[in-house]
Design a protein around this ligand. Structure first.
Ligand SMILES: [Zn+2]
Ligand SMILES: [Zn+2]
Length: 334
């Protein structure tokens, strides 16, 4: 005899939620994921009427699930008076996350299903240089920096610049419970209290930065994978060749071990990080502005400007970004 779903009591259970002991049918599982996202958005006031929210699509299944869930919530009338759009940043080199995303057509189709516009932006158009051009100049100048680090710093910078130009009030990223728990643990292990305060600052809005929101931060990776599978979302991201050099790789297994004994450990870490961020908000999280681009930064020169400076490309880059931000500049949306 198959067990029945502990939520509806009607359909056969197909998924065991270890943290709570619930045995759920797929229907109830998907409904609870949607409800979890809706509650996270409401309780943390992530999205409010009048917001213009851009969903960052990396090509990974998580970002497509995020787009799908937000599209559903919108079509059910939950995100009233909220403009939704989706975007991807093309770093412009063969190992970039964009090229590992093999099915751009699928993203377009998914966005269209919910009436959401989807755009691809290029580093070259925003900065005047591609990530590879920057990296090659850095390497030539003897700077030992990883391609992924260049991509990551420039991607974060580009999101703010594009967001300001497009009038986005929020950027939604697909970080899930597992990602967030790793981030909190990593910051604790590194003694990086500042990072928690910075999270508070991000939540505190404006300051020339486009606020980041993470509507999936309480949804487990394995539940996202099940959701993706049964909603026809293809696994279309090839594994990053650099994944094993990432310190998070080890943390993932460490957390899985802890979770076997403490089923709520991931949730506890994420909510701990959030509460700490709230407490630290406005307390010693002083920051200045980058002397080159004027963005808020805890350092004299922000990470992006530092890379361009070391690459010897600072002038061209500063010209490019100020041109990009001019309202009369030609549209660079693809
Ligand atoms: Zn059920
Ligand atoms: Zn700067």
């Amino acid at each position: 005899m198959t067990a029945l779903c502990t939520s509806c009591g009607k359909r056969p259970a197909q998924f065991l939620r270890r943290s709570s002991g619930e045995r759920l049918c797929l229907n109830c599982l998907f409904r609870s994921i949607e409800e979890r996202v809706r509650r996270t958005i409401r309780e943390e006031r992530m999205i409010e009427p009048g917001d213009r929210v851009a969903v960052a699509i990396s090509g990974g299944k998580d970002s497509l699930v995020l787009l799908d869930v937000l599209g559903r919530l919108k079509s059910k009338g939950f995100l009233k008076d909220v403009a939704l759009e989706a975007f991807t940043i093309n770093e412009g080199h063969p190992y970039s996350c964009f090229y590992r995303m093999s099915r751009a057509d699928f993203v377009k189709g998914l966005a269209e299903r919910y009436g959401i516009a989807y755009s691809v932006y290029n580093f070259k158009e925003v900065f005047g240089y591609s990530a590879l051009e920057v990296a090659e100049r850095l390497w030539k100048n003897g700077v030992d920096v990883h391609m992924c680090a260049v991509d990551g710093v420039l991607r974060r910078k580009a999101m703010n610049i594009i967001g300001k130009r497009r009038g986005w009030t929020k950027i939604a990223t697909a970080h899930n419970l597992d990602d967030e728990a790793q981030t909190v643990l990593l910051n604790v292990l590194m003694g990086n209290l500042r990072r928690f305060a910075w999270l508070g600052l991000e939540d505190a809005d404006e300051k020339d930065l486009v606020m980041r929101i993470k509507p999936l931060k309480y949804v487990r990776e394995e539940e996202i994978a099940v959701y993706a599978h049964y909603h026809g979302i293809p696994l279309m991201e090839l594994e990053c060749p650099y994944v094993y050099t990432n310190p998070r790789y080890g943390l993932k297994f460490m957390l899985a071990e802890l979770e076997a004994k403490m089923p709520n450990v991931k949730y506890n870490l994420v909510s701990f990080g959030r509460r700490l961020g709230e407490m630290l908000q406005g307390q010693g999280a002083a920051y200045g502005r980058c002397k080159y681009c004027g963005s808020p930064s805890s350092r004299e020169v922000c990470r992006a400007c530092e890379l361009f400076e070391k690459a010897g490309l600072l002038d061209g880059y500063l010209r490019a970004i100020s041109g990009y931000l001019k309202p009369d500049a030609t549209s660079l949306v693809q």
